[in-house]
Write a protein that binds this ligand. Structure first.
Ligand code: ATP
Ligand code: MG
Length: 269
């Protein structure tokens, strides 16, 4: 795995998560191969970078790549990849799996599950992965989903092991166990990455509600490395990372001068 750091920006709506993501990704890309990834359904990377970014990886410049995940397409592909494979392995229940796929597509955590799966691919291909998320709730759900899916695969693995015993006893080949094991291992790798290599920057402005939300992020993600960033900083005294108010922080050229060096220092530590 190439990944050195996986960086998340969270916080209240409008505090500057996307702008900081772009600025930090641009700086990191001077050092090594970096992908800037938006999981916010209301994407804004294209506008901030001043370069069209879509649901396929876009080479922005030098070692900087960007992608705005399209949740619907992502879930569709995930359902195809995982469920059609399951259907092939278990033809006897394939109609049930098709039914399940229909539910999955409209289930509340389907997007997070599919996005997490894609995130792991990027962690394998890039040195730095920077994630721009939607306001607080979505980011927290992202982490919760990872743990929930882990429980689910743990259960599936037990079932598959039982089935495997029966199949071997009958002298039949069993591909299901390998498949489940592979999915389970992918998820374990991802959870390991989240524990060991992820940093969360809880972004706020000098404004009480956003500060409160940043505090909630710190409290809810106690087992992760979380740092508070005051963006558009003017004068507030605090023991946190400060990014000053900047005129027009958008467009690649202007972002080069965006004062995110303190954040980058934490990422490189
Ligand atoms: N340091 C800064 N100085 C001046 N303006 C800034 C700064 N950071 C962000 N902005 C401006 O604040 C606005 C909101 O920024 P941005 O879109 O990055 O926030 P966000 O947290 O991603 O919002 P959302 O929750 O809607 O995704 C934008 O107009 C952006 O240009
Ligand atoms: Mg945003």
């Amino acid at each position: 795995m190439l990944l050195k750091r996986l960086v998340f920006f969270g916080g209240k709506g409008g505090v500057g998560k996307s702008t900081l993501s772009c600025g930090v990704a641009l700086r990191l890309s001077k050092i090594d191969k970096t992908i800037l990834l938006s999981v916010d359904p209301a994407h804004s990377l294209s506008g901030i970078l001043g370069v069209p970014v879509g649901s396929h990886i876009k080479h922005v410049k030098e070692r900087l790549f960007a992608v705005e995940l399209d949740a619907r397409v992502l879930v569709e592909e995930y359902a195809q990849r995982v469920l059609s494979a399951l259907g092939e392995l278990l033809p006897s229940v394939s109609s049930g799996i098709r039914e399940y796929a229909r539910y999955l597509k409209s289930s509340p955590t389907a997007q997070e599950t599919a996005a997490l799966d894609r995130l792991l691919d990027y962690c394998q291909e890039f040195t730095y992965v920077v994630v721009d998320s939607a306001p607080t709730g979505q980011m927290l759900r992202f982490f919760e989903t990872a743990h929930m899916v882990e429980g689910w695969y743990g259960f599936l693995h037990k079932v598959a092991k039982e089935r495997h015993k029966v199949e071997s006893f009958m002298g039949r080949e069993d591909k299901l166990i390998g498949f489940i094991q592979n999915r389970k291992e992918r998820l374990e790798t991802l959870l390991h990455v989240l524990r060991e290599k992820a940093l969360v920057f809880a972004v706020a402005n000098e404004e009480p509600l956003s500060l409160q939300e940043a505090k909630e992020i710190r409290e809810k993600l106690r087992d992760m490395k979380v740092y508070t960033v005051i963006n558009r900083w003017h004068s507030m005294e605090c023991d946190c990372i400060k990014v000053p108010e900047t005129e027009r922080p958008y467009g690649l050229e202007a972002l080069e001068g965006f004062r995110v060096e303190e954040i980058v220092e934490f990422v490189l530590r």
